[in-house]
Design a protein around this ligand. Structure first.
Ligand code: FES
Length: 168
């Protein structure tokens, strides 16, 4: 007696009889394809964040280096003896409007461990809140605390009523 019924339709993925070689996509081929698709999905899900994590510092450095000038539209109205933080490329920068109406622009990244520094109008210095580093507000020179180097200074020009900051 035969195992198959003569009226049973043929399965396109291979029959239920264990014969896996017939048909355009047999069961083994289908499982390999499905496993490949799932593996590719996992590789993408894991690989893309890893790629972004590795590539980001390189991309950020390239973007930061590409920016050579920043225009601040309303900075002329900054009150005397005050400051504002702005982005120069991808890093924070500090514009100080001194009491004598002059401007100083500096990188606002502490040279110790990279915290963002701020202007203290009472003491007229730049301070780092992380470990107490102090910088000169006009030159960016490191005065006290752990910072090993001065802050990077930018050039400030006034053009068409706007403050333009550029790499010195
Ligand atoms: S990070 Fe600024 S003093 Fe340490």
């Amino acid at each position: 007696m035969s195992k198959e019924s003569p009226n049973q339709p043929e399965c396109p993925l291979g029959g239920a009889d264990g014969d896996e070689d017939d048909g355009p996509l047999d069961r083994r081929g289908f499982l390999k394809l499905a496993a490949g698709v799932i593996a590719a999905g996992y590789a993408g899900a894991i690989g893309y964040p890893v790629y972004r994590y590795i590539a980001s510092p390189v991309e950020q450095a390239a973007m930061a280096a590409a920016v050579t000038e920043v225009t601040l539209d309303n900075a002329l109205s900054l009150p005397l003896n005050s400051s504002l933080i702005f982005k120069f490329g991808t890093t924070p920068a500090l514009l100080i409007h001194h009491a004598d109406a002059t401007f100083t622009a500096l990188a606002a990244v502490c040279t110790h461990l990279g915290c963002t520094v701020n202007y203290n109008p009472d003491k007229k210095v730049i301070f780092c809140p992380c470990h107490g580093g102090i910088y000169n507000a006009e030159t960016g020179a490191n005065i006290s605390g752990p910072p090993p180097k001065p802050l990077k200074q930018y050039q400030v020009t006034i053009s068409d009523g706007k403050v333009v900051i550029s790499r010195a």
